[in-house]
Design a protein around this ligand. Structure first.
Ligand SMILES: [Zn+2]
Length: 321
């Protein structure tokens, strides 16, 4: 590793997932100085996970200098109360619900900490160092167990009133579609997530618990089920296209990014997706709009978290108060 001047400003991003805990030190101009990865030790309880997080941050800080550290950004899966810096709800990290993650870590480190939802952080990561480097506005959809994402407008994360903006998974794409746990029918994530692909494969009797990757392999193979499997991706593409057409009509962003497990099947779902977008979005037909795969993969949330301290506080108080 090269030696660096103490004055090189950098930040530390932490990606706290349900499975993995990772931290990275990144300079203001986007150079990765160092990275630490490990498991999220949830069995030992919340305090142990916080302790692991603080240890990783301290280790990077000791390596690259406390003076030059601009701050710490922490990305977590779940709903975040941005103003209070706490996790309001999280399926992956239930022990963190209601806990003031931001202030607790900040007090231990003596540095400002910014807490952010992981999908929002991923969108910011793509904007800072990924596929969205050349734009100021983008929308990222993450296709996983569910569908989430983030909206970047004017180079900042769009949070909405309580930080719930960007819940793309629960957009209605088929009014009488599959029932969803959120109470609605026909949610995007019931028709286009990795879980939905697996569910469709089961319905079509391709097999139980097939991953999106496996369904993709069947679709591109020469077996008897190839056509059925291809149909799954067409159906998924239609659902995605309907959702994207709505998003394009609403945001008029120049770039829409997709990430997640089903992405290798791009060639299979993209034609149906783009067909729906073309048909349903006047904006798409009239403004140069790109729909592309995201490029940072698992690093997006980590990089986005590291970007946050350089952006300053998420909601600056109005000057006239
Ligand atoms: Zn839903």
């Amino acid at each position: 590793m090269e030696l660096m001047a103490e004055s090189t400003r950098y930040s530390i991003g932490v990606d706290l997932g349900g499975t993995n805990l990772r931290a990275a030190a990144i300079t203001a101009d986007g150079r990765e100085l160092g990275k630490i990865g490990g498991f999220t030790n949830l069995k030992e309880g919340r305090d142990a996970v916080i302790e692991d997080m603080v240890r990783a941050i301290r280790s990077l800080r000791d390596q690259f200098g406390g003076e030059a550290l601009a701050g710490v950004g922490v990305a977590v899966p779940g709903f975040i109360d941005i103003k209070k810096g706490l996790v309001v709800g999280s399926n992956n990290l239930p022990q963190f619900e209601g806990f003031p993650v931001r202030d607790d870590i900040s007090a231990r480190l003596g540095k400002p900490v910014i807490l952010e939802n992981d999908a929002n952080a991923a969108a910011m990561g793509e904007k800072w160092l990924g596929a969205g480097r050349d734009v100021n506005d983008l929308v990222l959809l993450t296709l996983g167990t569910g569908i989430g994402g983030g909206i970047i407008m004017d180079g900042r994360i769009l949070h909405g009133m309580v930080g719930m903006a960007g819940e793309f998974g629960h957009m209605t794409v088929f009014p009488d579609g599959n029932p969803c746990g959120c109470g609605n029918d026909g949610c995007l994530e019931k028709h286009a997530s990795a879980t939905a692909i697996s569910a469709m494969a089961r319905l079509l009797q391709l097999g139980e618990n097939l991953s999106a990757r496996k369904v993709f392999e069947i679709a591109t193979g020469d077996g008897e089920n190839a056509e059925k499997a291809r149909h799954i991706f067409t159906s998924m593409g239609r659902a995605l296209g309907i959702a994207l057409a709505n998003l394009i009509n609403v945001f008029n962003a120049p770039l829409y990014l997709l990430s997640g497990g089903p992405l290798p099947a791009w060639e299979l779902f993209a034609p149906a997706m783009l067909g729906e977008v073309e048909r349903r979005s006047f904006t798409f037909r009239n403004a140069r709009t790109r729909i592309e795969p995201a490029v940072l993969g698992n690093e997006a949330g980590l990089y986005g978290a590291a970007c946050l301290p350089f952006l300053g506080p998420p909601e600056p108080a109005p000057a006239f108060f």
